[in-house]
Design a protein around this ligand. Structure first.
Ligand SMILES: *Cc1c(COP(=O)(O)O)cnc(C)c1O
Length: 366
């Protein structure tokens, strides 16, 4: 089976060397040497400051909400955050889990990111934050979102799980918002097996979050506030350091695959409209078909041929019952119903990709 993605596996000898070091130091977690090294290296690679490594991308979101006070509403009121229905479930479920009601606003038909006009329309007296997603690595309308947030005194936390290495107007896209979060899950462009990070705008928020991810322990004899355990460990950091060393090779292979799909399918299918000022990371290849029936049929035929193209992101999250959404989100629902993500990963063989393209083209012409 050709999967939709495969984890990037870095050089094994190098990983062994890092693990030898872990054995020598006998230090496995709690801000070890490799976690510190990876923090520095990622800040440099991404061109950001105030980066905190955590154990996964979902906890990155939850810790960011807490560190920024999103769950503190006035007594008796249920805090709300405005977010997108066109994303992975964790964006919205992490809010709900933290006692914050996700309120969906609809996406833009072309960029698939939150439409700022819809954000403003969804604001209530209980709104604490906006949680937009740079979906598939495309940049949200960060300037307009900033304006809405300032006007209504709201925090902005970008779920940037897809935006590793993406640049906007020549600088890291991760610099926008009070915080931006990353996922380093095995299937993401850059990974640590499981893992994640938060990039804070302000140093004081970073310092609070550092204590929060270690049970709220400020020093061994004082518990400063409510915390949890969201620390990254040394084995995760070792994997990250190895993957980071090979980013260039990983990216080069993805760009080639991405461009081949683009050339072969541009006349027949709709792609995401990327922001003009974007330097993209080639992490995903989503395509939109004319109808849901066509998307489902192509996915089934690919599957019969041993290829897994996934319906990301389907369903649109306002239809997920446990999130208790109130309103329909017609644009998100429409895009979600017609989208497929095609296989893209460094080891995808050229012959396999050609076969995938041939199957899709034949089906569309039929
Ligand atoms: C992967 C992902 C997450 C969750 O990250 P984990 O590291 O798997 O917890 C959150 N949001 C989006 C948009 C994602 O794609």
């Amino acid at each position: 089976m050709i999967p939709v993605t495969k984890p990037y596996l870095p050089n094994r000898e190098k990983l062994n060397q890092y693990i030898d070091g872990i054995y020598e130091r006998q230090w496995l977690t709690n801000n070890g040497q490799l976690v510190q090294e990876l923090t520095r290296r990622l800040e440099e690679y991404l061109g950001v400051e105030n980066l905190l490594l955590v154990s996964n991308g979902t906890l990155a979101l939850q810790v960011a909400y807490r560190a920024l006070g999103v769950s503190d509403a006035s007594p008796g009121a249920l805090p709300e955050a405005i977010t997108t229905p066109f994303t992975f479930i964790a964006t919205a479920s992490s809010l709900k889990w933290d006692g914050v009601q996700p309120v969906f606003a609809d996406i833009d038909l072309d960029t698939w990111c939150l439409n700022p006009a819809n954000i403003e329309a969804a604001i209530t007296p209980n709104t604490q934050a906006i949680v937009p997603v740079h979906v598939f690595g495309n940049a949200c309308n960060v300037e307009a979102i900033d304006t809405v947030a300032q006007k209504h005194n709201l925090k902005v936390i970008y779920d940037a799980a897809h935006a590793f290495g993406v640049k906007y107007k020549g600088e890291s896209l991760l610099k926008y918002g009070d915080a931006a979060t990353l996922s380093f899950h095995a299937t993401k462009l850059f990974h640590t097996g499981e893992g994640g990070a938060i990039i804070f705008k302000r140093k004081e928020d970073l310092e609070r979050a550092k204590i929060m991810i270690n049970f709220g322990i400020a020093d061994p004899e004082s518990i400063e506030e409510l915390g949890l355990n969201a620390k990254m460990n040394e084995l995760q950091a070792a994997m990250g350091l190895c993957v980071l060393d090979e980013m260039e090779d990983n990216l080069k292979k993805r760009v080639e695959i991405w461009q081949r799909y683009e050339q072969a399918l541009a006349q027949m299918l709709r792609f995401q409209t990327k922001h003009k000022a974007l330097d993209y990371n080639f992490a995903y290849f989503p395509v939109v078909f004319d109808s849901e029936e066509q998307a489902v049929r192509v996915a089934a035929i690919l599957k019969e041929n041993g290829v897994s193209a996934r319906r990301y992101f389907y369903p649109s999250l306002e239809s997920v019952e446990c999130l208790e959404a109130k309103a329909d989100q017609p644009v998100s629902k429409d895009i979600a119903s017609r989208i497929l993500c095609l296989p893209i990963y460094d080891q995808l063989a050229r012959s396999d990709q050609s076969r995938i393209i041939k199957i899709i083209v034949a089906e569309l012409k039929a």
